[in-house]
Design a protein around this ligand. Structure first.
Ligand code: ADP
Length: 760
């Protein structure tokens, strides 16, 4: 009978100790309320009741009572009672042959035992679990392991009852398994603890019966008889029918083996009468058990239903909680989203505000830059005018003096003076030009139809003087595919070519300068490549990269060499502004080739250039000026004198007008072949005067100006002037320009033959 399982007895024993201890603890705690004490008392009473009910075979009541106790103990957080109630519930289940539920209950009991941290209670739980597994021979091993765990713990605690009972259970199983070796060891241990007279008498009887059984198995009949006599004595003394039944049965068997049939029969009779009593009790208990099982099934159904309900509710609560969490989550995310939206909106606002502020600042800065640029541009315009006007006087007068006093002792000084003045003018022009490239967009805007050949002739003619002086020959070769007219930035092209040709003339003596223009590509646009080759001094390889830097100058063999070191820097920047670049190949002593490419627009219906491969310079004979009537319109007295003297030297009949108004009148009344018109003048400026003259005369008018050309070009041409000479000028170029416009002189050139008379 399970109830007789020794583990339940151990549990009761340990429990009573724990409960006593718990009672003491509660008393000692000053602040524990009487309500709490009452609750503990009640729980204690319930658990003791449970044991009683079980003992009386009232299994259903015991089970119900244990369930109630568990509930209350769990509510009160009483782990000791919860452990005990689950343990009892396990035995209830076990007796009702529900091993699975029993195991569950014992595991719960073990859980609460660990919560109490009481080793005895944990060991008890191991015993409980072993009780389940030793029900089935297949799980003996598991049961044995649990018993061994329990033994270990009882050993440390010195729990003799625990040790005695555990060893007894272990020995019983080992005996059943016929594990002789282990059984013997276990029995020895059991003997050790069973001999202690202070221990439970029932256990002693059990021990003796087991020992006798073992002796009988080993055929040690006398030893068995001796042990059984002792067992019967103990059983009779304590009225233990369960154990006595077995003792008498074994004793009768032993006596029969000894052929003591009379005593054997007597013992068998005793066995039979005790068996009858026990059997009655057993059937009663069994019927109770069966009834209880049925009732318990009903209880279980209710319990299952209640559990189902609770589970359902718990599930609902769980679902609701989940839903709540989700809702909270959504709200939190929503809030975070709104907050971030507000944050972003604010940031955006601040950003927009700062952007607006910056925009205003940029706008201001832009206006300021534009204003400064205007100031700068008007400053340059003024500076160029103010610098060139006196230079005109200096250079002009020096030139006249040089012409007049060729044998004078001051000739050398005059030459030095002319050299310095020329240099100063070149420097002023170059610096102004560089600044203009940096700040101006006007060069880009120039886009006009022009003839490359005419442009080349003009440029070449302006270097006639230096060409003759250095005894050079200039040859031009045009590509046969080159159209007569193209459209593009002719001014920029002239500036580049003049610098390169000027250098070629300067650094070549007794040599040849070739200019070649090749057509690289023609589709919607036309790409031309220009080569300026000379047979001059050349450039050392290590200097080639430096010559394009500002103020970079090489050595020159030519004594009369003049240069600012800015020419190639200007060329580089000008070409760069069109997306092109300058290339150079050179060898010292052999010469140099500078080349670059430029794009132009194709002019529709433009005939191909009339191939005239060899260029013959178009230089007019100075004789043509002889007897010519020219009106010089100029307000500056020195300049009046300079221009007049230069012209009169070539026998030109020269008249001077102080301002535009006087000039108009003089042209209306007088006979002139050409007018040299200053632009800035008091009373009436050159532009207005020209407009007036054009109402009644076609006389050639050439602007003679010191103003910065870029600003004025458009106005000068649109008012009706024919050409421009920038002061100060190179006398020969000056003469050539005048002759080109004199009536009766044939010219294949385009309307404007303007060039800047830079002195190279
Ligand atoms: P510069 O006013 O001195 O001519 P550039 O910038 O035009 O200034 O030229 C820089 C230097 O490059 C010159 O001083 C010269 O040494 C060298 N150079 C330029 N062109 C030639 C050339 N055709 N032959 C030899 N050397 C040249």
């Amino acid at each position: 009978m399970i109830r007789n399982c020794t583990f339940s007895l151990i549990a009761l024993f340990t429990l009573s100790i724990c409960l006593g201890q718990q009672k003491e603890d509660t008393k000692n705690v000053n602040d524990s309320s009487t309500e709490q004490q009452e609750q503990q008392e009640q729980l204690r009473a319930m658990i003791i009741d449970s044991y009683r009910l079980f003992d009386e075979g009232k299994f259903r009541e015991s089970l119900q009572n244990n369930i109630n106790t568990i509930k209350k103990a769990e509510e009160a957080g009483d782990f000791v009672i919860a452990h005990a109630a689950y343990s009892y519930l396990g035995y209830d289940r076990l007796i009702l042959e529900d091993t699975v539920s029993a195991l569950k209950a014992f595991k719960k009991s073990y859980y609460y035992a660990t919560k109490t941290r009481k080793t005895d209670l944990i060991a008890d739980s191991y015993g409980d679990l072993a009780a389940v597994y030793i029900q089935n021979p297949k799980t003996y091993n598991k049961g044995i392991r649990f018993i061994e765990n329990a033994l270990e713990m009882y050993q440390t605690e010195g729990n003799l009852i625990g040790l005695q009972n555990s060893y007894y259970e272990l020995a019983t199983i080992l005996f059943k398994r016929d594990d002789k070796e282990q059984f013997k060891q276990t029995l020895d241990s059991l003997t050790k603890y069973s001999l202690n007279s202070s221990l439970d008498e029932r256990n002693k009887t059990l021990y003796h019966n087991l020992k006798a059984e073992s002796h009988l198995k080993d055929n040690k009949i006398d030893d068995a008889i001796a042990v059984l006599i002792e067992a019967i004595d103990l059983g009779e003394a304590d009225n233990r029918n369960d154990e006595l039944e077995k003792s008498y049965r074994l004793y009768a068997r032993a006596l029969r083996s000894k052929e003591n049939y009379i005593l054997a029969y007597e013992m068998l009779s005793k066995y039979d009468s005790i068996y009858q009593i026990n059997q009655k009790e057993r059937s009663l208990s069994e019927s109770k058990r069966i009834a209880a099982k049925f009732q318990v099934d009903e209880v279980q159904k209710d319990l299952d239903q209640a559990q189902l309900k609770t589970d359902l509710q718990a599930q609902k609560v769980q679902q609701r909680t989940l839903l709540n969490y989700m809702l909270i989550g959504v709200i939190v995310i929503g809030c975070a989203f709104i907050v971030s939206l507000i944050y972003i909106a604010r940031k955006r606002k601040v950003f927009i505000e700062s952007l607006e502020f910056k925009n205003i600042q940029v706008e201001k800065a832009k206006k300021e830059a534009e204003r400064l640029s205007q100031v700068k541009s008007s400053f340059f315009s003024t500076v160029s005018h103010e610098l060139r006007t006196p230079l005109y006087g200096v250079i002009g007068l020096t030139s006249i003096l040089l012409e007049k006093n060729k044998d004078d002792e001051n000739l050398q000084d005059l030459e030095s003076l002319k050299f310095s003045a020329d240099y100063l003018l070149a420097l002023v022009n170059d610096v102004l030009q560089l600044n203009k490239i940096d700040s101006s967009k006007e060069l880009d805007n120039n886009n006009e139809v022009f003839s490359i050949a005419s442009l080349m002739e003009n440029i070449i003619s302006s270097f006639e003087y230096i060409r003759v002086q250095n005894n050079n020959e200039i040859k031009v070769k045009y590509d046969s595919k080159l159209p007569q007219l193209i459209k593009g930035n002719s001014i920029l092209l002239s500036q580049v070519l003049m610098n390169l040709l000027g250098n070629a003339c300067k650094f070549t003596e007794d040599g040849t300068i070739f200019i070649e223009i090749k057509v690289i590509k023609v589709d919607e646009a036309i790409t031309l490549e220009f080569f300026i080759t000379d047979t001059g001094q050349g450039i050392a390889e290590n200097k080639i990269n430096q010559i394009f830097e500002e103020f970079a100058q090489g050595e020159s063999k030519n004594f009369s060499y003049q240069g600012t070191g800015l020419g190639l820097a200007i060329v580089k920047r000008l070409l760069h502004s069109t997306g092109s670049e300058i290339r150079v190949e050179s060898e010292v002593g052999k010469g140099s080739t500078f080349s670059f490419q430029m794009n132009f627009e194709v002019v529709e219906n433009s005939k191909p250039y009339d191939a005239q491969n060899e260029h013959t310079s178009l230089i007019y004979d100075i004789q043509k000026l002889d007897g010519c009537k020219i009106l010089v319109v100029e307000d500056n007295k020195i300049n009046q004198m300079v221009t007049r003297k230069i012209l009169e030297k070539d026998n030109v009949h020269c008249k001077v007008a102080e301002n535009g108004l006087i000039a108009v009148e003089m042209i209306r009344t007088g006979q002139y072949e050409l007018v040299l018109m200053d632009v800035n003048m008091p009373v009436m400026d050159g532009l207005e005067a020209t407009r007036e003259i054009r109402t009644f005369s076609k006389i050639p008018i050439i602007a003679l100006t010191a103003v910065e050309l870029e600003e004025m070009r458009e106005q000068i041409y649109s008012c009706g002037m024919d050409d421009i000479i920038v002061k100060p000028y190179d006398i020969r170029s000056f003469q050539q320009t005048i002759m080109r416009h004199l009536p009766g002189v044939e010219s294949s050139l385009s309307r404007s033959t303007e060039f800047q008379n830079r002195i190279k």
